[in-house]
Design a protein around this ligand. Structure first.
Ligand code: 13P
Ligand code: SF4
Length: 345
Protein backbone atom coordinates (compact mmCIF):
# COMPACT_ATOMS: atom_id res chain seq x y z
CA UNK A 1 0.00 0.00 0.00
CA UNK A 2 1.14 3.62 -0.58
CA UNK A 3 1.95 4.29 3.09
CA UNK A 4 4.23 1.24 3.37
CA UNK A 5 5.90 2.03 0.06
CA UNK A 6 6.47 5.63 1.12
CA UNK A 7 8.06 4.49 4.40
CA UNK A 8 10.19 2.04 2.49
CA UNK A 9 11.35 4.77 0.06
CA UNK A 10 12.16 7.13 2.90
CA UNK A 11 14.23 4.49 4.68
CA UNK A 12 16.18 3.78 1.47
CA UNK A 13 16.71 7.50 0.90
CA UNK A 14 18.09 7.86 4.43
CA UNK A 15 20.48 4.98 3.82
CA UNK A 16 21.71 6.41 0.52
CA UNK A 17 22.07 9.94 1.92
CA UNK A 18 24.00 12.38 -0.26
CA UNK A 19 24.87 9.60 -2.74
CA UNK A 20 21.35 10.04 -4.11
CA UNK A 21 19.68 12.95 -5.89
CA UNK A 22 16.01 12.40 -6.62
CA UNK A 23 14.64 14.70 -9.33
CA UNK A 24 11.04 14.96 -10.50
CA UNK A 25 9.38 16.85 -13.34
CA UNK A 26 6.27 18.88 -12.48
CA UNK A 27 4.10 16.45 -14.50
CA UNK A 28 4.87 13.54 -12.16
CA UNK A 29 2.25 12.07 -9.88
CA UNK A 30 1.82 13.69 -6.43
CA UNK A 31 3.13 10.54 -4.73
CA UNK A 32 6.43 10.90 -6.64
CA UNK A 33 6.69 14.68 -6.28
CA UNK A 34 6.36 14.21 -2.51
CA UNK A 35 9.54 12.07 -2.48
CA UNK A 36 11.70 14.31 -4.69
CA UNK A 37 14.67 16.40 -3.54
CA UNK A 38 13.88 18.85 -6.30
CA UNK A 39 10.87 19.37 -8.58
CA UNK A 40 11.24 21.45 -11.72
CA UNK A 41 10.60 21.94 -15.41
CA UNK A 42 12.88 20.49 -18.05
CA UNK A 43 15.22 23.50 -18.08
CA UNK A 44 15.59 23.62 -14.30
CA UNK A 45 16.22 19.87 -14.10
CA UNK A 46 18.87 20.06 -16.84
CA UNK A 47 20.55 22.99 -15.06
CA UNK A 48 20.50 21.10 -11.81
CA UNK A 49 22.00 17.96 -13.33
CA UNK A 50 24.76 20.08 -14.89
CA UNK A 51 25.59 21.66 -11.53
CA UNK A 52 25.49 18.62 -9.26
CA UNK A 53 28.80 16.84 -8.91
CA UNK A 54 28.18 15.18 -5.56
CA UNK A 55 25.52 12.54 -6.10
CA UNK A 56 26.60 9.12 -7.38
CA UNK A 57 23.05 8.30 -8.42
CA UNK A 58 20.55 10.65 -10.02
CA UNK A 59 17.13 9.04 -10.00
CA UNK A 60 15.22 10.95 -12.65
CA UNK A 61 11.44 10.82 -12.35
CA UNK A 62 10.53 12.18 -15.74
CA UNK A 63 10.75 10.86 -19.29
CA UNK A 64 13.54 9.22 -21.26
CA UNK A 65 14.90 12.28 -23.12
CA UNK A 66 15.22 14.15 -19.80
CA UNK A 67 17.25 11.33 -18.27
CA UNK A 68 19.46 11.20 -21.38
CA UNK A 69 20.02 14.95 -21.16
CA UNK A 70 20.90 14.64 -17.47
CA UNK A 71 23.35 11.83 -18.25
CA UNK A 72 25.10 13.95 -20.88
CA UNK A 73 25.37 16.90 -18.49
CA UNK A 74 26.66 14.99 -15.46
CA UNK A 75 30.15 13.64 -14.84
CA UNK A 76 31.11 10.28 -16.34
CA UNK A 77 31.05 8.54 -12.95
CA UNK A 78 27.55 9.75 -12.02
CA UNK A 79 24.77 7.36 -12.92
CA UNK A 80 21.34 8.42 -14.11
CA UNK A 81 18.40 6.12 -13.47
CA UNK A 82 14.92 6.22 -15.03
CA UNK A 83 12.55 4.33 -12.70
CA UNK A 84 10.42 2.99 -15.59
CA UNK A 85 12.18 2.47 -18.91
CA UNK A 86 8.86 2.73 -20.72
CA UNK A 87 8.51 6.39 -19.76
CA UNK A 88 9.22 7.91 -23.16
CA UNK A 89 7.84 10.96 -24.97
CA UNK A 90 5.71 10.43 -28.07
CA UNK A 91 6.79 13.81 -29.43
CA UNK A 92 10.49 12.96 -29.12
CA UNK A 93 9.73 9.69 -30.94
CA UNK A 94 8.39 11.67 -33.91
CA UNK A 95 11.92 12.44 -35.13
CA UNK A 96 14.21 9.51 -35.92
CA UNK A 97 17.67 9.89 -37.43
CA UNK A 98 16.70 8.36 -40.77
CA UNK A 99 14.03 11.03 -41.20
CA UNK A 100 16.24 13.83 -39.84
CA UNK A 101 19.08 13.00 -42.24
CA UNK A 102 16.69 12.94 -45.21
CA UNK A 103 15.20 16.28 -44.18
CA UNK A 104 18.61 17.88 -43.74
CA UNK A 105 19.71 16.75 -47.21
CA UNK A 106 16.62 18.31 -48.79
CA UNK A 107 17.04 21.51 -46.75
CA UNK A 108 20.72 21.80 -47.66
CA UNK A 109 19.87 21.27 -51.32
CA UNK A 110 17.35 24.13 -51.16
CA UNK A 111 19.29 26.49 -48.89
CA UNK A 112 23.01 25.63 -48.92
CA UNK A 113 24.77 26.78 -45.70
CA UNK A 114 21.95 29.12 -44.72
CA UNK A 115 20.15 27.04 -42.10
CA UNK A 116 20.81 26.35 -38.43
CA UNK A 117 19.27 23.19 -36.94
CA UNK A 118 17.56 23.76 -33.59
CA UNK A 119 16.01 21.00 -31.54
CA UNK A 120 13.63 21.09 -28.64
CA UNK A 121 15.13 19.20 -25.69
CA UNK A 122 12.20 16.78 -26.23
CA UNK A 123 14.27 14.75 -28.71
CA UNK A 124 16.59 11.75 -28.65
CA UNK A 125 20.29 12.08 -27.83
CA UNK A 126 21.01 11.10 -31.45
CA UNK A 127 19.02 14.09 -32.74
CA UNK A 128 20.79 16.36 -30.25
CA UNK A 129 24.15 15.05 -31.47
CA UNK A 130 23.13 15.75 -35.07
CA UNK A 131 22.22 19.31 -34.14
CA UNK A 132 25.46 19.79 -32.20
CA UNK A 133 27.48 18.42 -35.11
CA UNK A 134 25.88 20.93 -37.47
CA UNK A 135 26.54 23.98 -35.31
CA UNK A 136 23.02 24.15 -33.92
CA UNK A 137 21.47 24.63 -30.52
CA UNK A 138 18.93 23.05 -28.16
CA UNK A 139 15.97 24.81 -26.56
CA UNK A 140 13.51 24.08 -23.80
CA UNK A 141 10.14 25.72 -23.48
CA UNK A 142 11.65 27.93 -20.75
CA UNK A 143 14.34 29.49 -22.94
CA UNK A 144 13.03 29.09 -26.50
CA UNK A 145 12.54 32.81 -27.06
CA UNK A 146 16.06 33.77 -25.95
CA UNK A 147 17.72 30.93 -27.80
CA UNK A 148 15.80 31.41 -31.05
CA UNK A 149 16.48 35.13 -30.94
CA UNK A 150 20.19 34.34 -30.80
CA UNK A 151 19.91 31.65 -33.51
CA UNK A 152 18.25 34.12 -35.91
CA UNK A 153 21.28 36.41 -35.51
CA UNK A 154 23.54 33.56 -36.64
CA UNK A 155 21.71 32.22 -39.69
CA UNK A 156 19.08 33.46 -42.06
CA UNK A 157 16.90 30.38 -41.50
CA UNK A 158 16.24 27.82 -38.80
CA UNK A 159 15.23 24.18 -39.03
CA UNK A 160 13.24 23.53 -35.84
CA UNK A 161 12.35 20.06 -34.59
CA UNK A 162 10.41 18.12 -33.44
CA UNK A 163 7.58 20.35 -32.06
CA UNK A 164 6.00 22.50 -34.76
CA UNK A 165 3.97 24.38 -32.15
CA UNK A 166 6.83 25.53 -29.93
CA UNK A 167 8.74 26.52 -33.09
CA UNK A 168 5.81 28.40 -34.63
CA UNK A 169 4.68 30.11 -31.42
CA UNK A 170 8.20 31.24 -30.52
CA UNK A 171 9.14 32.44 -34.01
CA UNK A 172 5.85 34.35 -34.21
CA UNK A 173 6.58 36.00 -30.84
CA UNK A 174 9.91 37.08 -32.31
CA UNK A 175 8.18 38.76 -35.25
CA UNK A 176 8.34 36.07 -37.95
CA UNK A 177 5.01 36.07 -39.83
CA UNK A 178 3.25 32.75 -40.45
CA UNK A 179 3.82 33.11 -44.21
CA UNK A 180 7.55 32.85 -43.57
CA UNK A 181 7.20 29.46 -41.88
CA UNK A 182 6.95 26.15 -43.69
CA UNK A 183 6.24 22.65 -42.42
CA UNK A 184 8.44 19.64 -43.10
CA UNK A 185 6.44 16.42 -43.30
CA UNK A 186 8.78 13.71 -41.93
CA UNK A 187 6.63 10.77 -42.96
CA UNK A 188 6.43 11.87 -46.64
CA UNK A 189 9.94 13.37 -46.57
CA UNK A 190 8.86 16.65 -48.17
CA UNK A 191 8.00 20.28 -47.52
CA UNK A 192 4.33 20.90 -46.88
CA UNK A 193 3.79 24.32 -48.42
CA UNK A 194 5.97 26.87 -50.13
CA UNK A 195 9.65 26.79 -49.09
CA UNK A 196 11.05 29.86 -50.82
CA UNK A 197 13.59 32.64 -50.25
CA UNK A 198 11.27 34.39 -47.76
CA UNK A 199 11.11 31.30 -45.52
CA UNK A 200 12.70 31.94 -42.10
CA UNK A 201 11.85 28.74 -40.26
CA UNK A 202 11.22 25.15 -41.33
CA UNK A 203 9.05 23.36 -38.78
CA UNK A 204 9.15 19.59 -38.26
CA UNK A 205 5.56 18.34 -38.22
CA UNK A 206 5.63 16.96 -34.68
CA UNK A 207 3.30 17.63 -31.76
CA UNK A 208 2.49 16.76 -28.18
CA UNK A 209 -0.58 14.56 -27.83
CA UNK A 210 -1.41 16.18 -24.48
CA UNK A 211 -1.14 19.85 -25.42
CA UNK A 212 -2.83 19.36 -28.77
CA UNK A 213 -6.06 18.52 -26.96
CA UNK A 214 -6.74 22.15 -26.05
CA UNK A 215 -8.76 24.20 -28.52
CA UNK A 216 -10.19 27.68 -29.04
CA UNK A 217 -13.82 26.58 -28.52
CA UNK A 218 -12.95 25.47 -24.96
CA UNK A 219 -11.36 28.87 -24.27
CA UNK A 220 -14.35 30.75 -25.71
CA UNK A 221 -16.74 28.73 -23.54
CA UNK A 222 -14.70 29.56 -20.42
CA UNK A 223 -14.74 33.27 -21.29
CA UNK A 224 -18.53 33.18 -21.68
CA UNK A 225 -18.88 31.62 -18.21
CA UNK A 226 -16.51 34.17 -16.65
CA UNK A 227 -15.43 37.19 -18.73
CA UNK A 228 -12.73 37.98 -16.12
CA UNK A 229 -11.03 34.58 -16.44
CA UNK A 230 -7.33 34.47 -17.36
CA UNK A 231 -6.14 31.76 -19.70
CA UNK A 232 -2.57 30.46 -19.46
CA UNK A 233 -1.17 27.78 -21.76
CA UNK A 234 2.05 25.93 -22.55
CA UNK A 235 3.78 26.82 -25.88
CA UNK A 236 3.30 23.22 -27.08
CA UNK A 237 -0.35 24.21 -27.65
CA UNK A 238 -1.49 25.08 -31.19
CA UNK A 239 -0.92 28.62 -32.49
CA UNK A 240 -4.66 29.48 -32.40
CA UNK A 241 -4.88 28.38 -28.77
CA UNK A 242 -1.85 30.46 -27.80
CA UNK A 243 -3.34 33.47 -29.61
CA UNK A 244 -6.64 33.00 -27.76
CA UNK A 245 -4.88 32.78 -24.37
CA UNK A 246 -3.76 35.65 -22.11
CA UNK A 247 -0.37 34.19 -21.20
CA UNK A 248 1.89 31.55 -22.74
CA UNK A 249 4.74 29.97 -20.83
CA UNK A 250 6.81 26.97 -19.87
CA UNK A 251 5.78 24.85 -16.92
CA UNK A 252 7.83 27.03 -14.57
CA UNK A 253 6.40 30.26 -15.97
CA UNK A 254 2.84 28.92 -15.70
CA UNK A 255 3.40 28.14 -12.03
CA UNK A 256 5.07 31.40 -11.07
CA UNK A 257 2.62 33.56 -13.03
CA UNK A 258 -0.38 31.98 -11.31
CA UNK A 259 1.34 31.95 -7.89
CA UNK A 260 2.20 35.65 -8.12
CA UNK A 261 -1.22 36.78 -9.35
CA UNK A 262 -3.77 38.34 -6.97
CA UNK A 263 -5.48 35.62 -4.93
CA UNK A 264 -8.89 36.45 -6.36
CA UNK A 265 -7.76 35.69 -9.92
CA UNK A 266 -9.62 32.96 -11.76
CA UNK A 267 -7.33 30.96 -14.07
CA UNK A 268 -7.82 28.24 -16.63
CA UNK A 269 -4.61 26.35 -17.30
CA UNK A 270 -3.69 24.46 -20.46
CA UNK A 271 -1.09 21.87 -19.55
CA UNK A 272 -0.67 18.42 -18.01
CA UNK A 273 -3.39 17.25 -15.61
CA UNK A 274 -1.14 16.33 -12.65
CA UNK A 275 0.35 19.81 -12.55
CA UNK A 276 -2.98 21.64 -12.86
CA UNK A 277 -4.50 19.43 -10.17
CA UNK A 278 -1.55 20.14 -7.84
CA UNK A 279 -1.89 23.88 -8.48
CA UNK A 280 -5.59 23.61 -7.65
CA UNK A 281 -4.79 21.87 -4.39
CA UNK A 282 -1.96 24.14 -3.26
CA UNK A 283 -2.67 27.66 -4.54
CA UNK A 284 -5.31 30.08 -3.27
CA UNK A 285 -6.29 31.26 -6.77
CA UNK A 286 -9.30 29.62 -8.42
CA UNK A 287 -7.92 27.23 -11.01
CA UNK A 288 -9.77 25.38 -13.75
CA UNK A 289 -8.79 22.99 -16.50
CA UNK A 290 -9.19 24.23 -20.07
CA UNK A 291 -10.28 20.81 -21.24
CA UNK A 292 -12.81 19.19 -18.90
CA UNK A 293 -11.51 15.77 -19.99
CA UNK A 294 -8.21 14.95 -18.26
CA UNK A 295 -5.24 15.84 -20.47
CA UNK A 296 -2.54 13.80 -18.85
CA UNK A 297 0.86 12.77 -20.12
CA UNK A 298 0.53 8.99 -19.98
CA UNK A 299 4.26 8.36 -19.99
CA UNK A 300 5.00 10.79 -17.15
CA UNK A 301 2.32 8.87 -15.24
CA UNK A 302 4.07 5.54 -15.70
CA UNK A 303 6.38 6.19 -12.76
CA UNK A 304 4.69 5.11 -9.55
CA UNK A 305 5.76 4.33 -5.99
CA UNK A 306 6.58 0.64 -6.65
CA UNK A 307 9.04 1.60 -9.44
CA UNK A 308 10.75 4.12 -7.21
CA UNK A 309 10.88 1.74 -4.24
CA UNK A 310 12.37 -1.00 -6.44
CA UNK A 311 15.04 1.33 -7.86
CA UNK A 312 16.10 2.58 -4.45
CA UNK A 313 16.20 -0.99 -3.09
CA UNK A 314 18.53 -1.98 -5.89
CA UNK A 315 20.78 1.00 -5.18
CA UNK A 316 20.92 0.15 -1.48
CA UNK A 317 21.92 -3.40 -2.48
CA UNK A 318 24.76 -2.00 -4.64
CA UNK A 319 23.09 -2.59 -8.03
CA UNK A 320 22.31 0.15 -10.56
CA UNK A 321 18.94 -0.54 -12.23
CA UNK A 322 17.53 1.12 -15.38
CA UNK A 323 20.62 3.20 -16.02
CA UNK A 324 20.36 5.66 -18.92
CA UNK A 325 23.77 5.93 -20.53
CA UNK A 326 24.46 7.86 -23.70
CA UNK A 327 27.59 6.75 -25.57
CA UNK A 328 30.61 9.11 -25.37
CA UNK A 329 30.58 10.09 -29.05
CA UNK A 330 26.90 11.10 -29.00
CA UNK A 331 27.46 12.94 -25.72
CA UNK A 332 30.41 14.88 -27.05
CA UNK A 333 28.52 15.98 -30.16
CA UNK A 334 25.41 16.95 -28.17
CA UNK A 335 27.30 18.81 -25.49
CA UNK A 336 28.27 21.76 -27.70
CA UNK A 337 24.57 22.39 -28.43
CA UNK A 338 23.52 21.78 -24.83
CA UNK A 339 26.22 24.02 -23.36
CA UNK A 340 25.29 26.76 -25.82
CA UNK A 341 21.71 26.48 -24.61
CA UNK A 342 22.71 26.65 -20.93
CA UNK A 343 24.90 29.69 -21.57
CA UNK A 344 22.05 31.50 -23.33
CA UNK A 345 19.48 30.61 -20.64
P1 13P B 1 8.74 22.02 -19.73
O1 13P B 1 9.91 22.41 -20.60
O2 13P B 1 7.79 23.13 -19.53
O3 13P B 1 9.19 21.35 -18.51
O4 13P B 1 7.89 20.98 -20.56
C1 13P B 1 8.41 19.74 -20.89
C2 13P B 1 7.40 18.95 -21.56
O5 13P B 1 7.60 17.84 -21.94
C3 13P B 1 6.11 19.61 -21.79
O6 13P B 1 5.27 18.74 -22.37
FE1 SF4 C 1 6.21 14.48 -24.32
FE2 SF4 C 1 3.88 15.80 -24.36
FE3 SF4 C 1 4.45 14.12 -22.34
FE4 SF4 C 1 5.73 16.45 -22.58
S1 SF4 C 1 3.57 16.15 -22.17
S2 SF4 C 1 6.65 14.46 -22.12
S3 SF4 C 1 5.89 16.61 -24.83
S4 SF4 C 1 4.18 13.57 -24.52
Amino acid sequence: DPATLTQHIQAAKAQLGSKLLLLAHHYQKDEIVAQADFVGDSLQLAQLAAKNHQADYIVFCGVHFMAETADMLTAADQQVILPDLNAGCSMADMANMYQVTAAWQAIQARYPDEVMPVTYVNSSAAVKAFVGEHGGVIVTSGNAEKVLQWAFTQKQRLFFLPDQHLGRNTAYQLGVPLEQMVLWDPTQGQFKGQADQATRIILWEGWCAVHQQFNVAQIKALRVQDPAIKIIVHPECAYEVVQAADVVGSTHKIMTTVQQSPQATHWAVGTDHNLVQRMQATLPQKIDFINPIACACMTMNRIKLPHLAWCLDQLVAGQVPNQIKVDPETTEKSLSALQRMLMLS
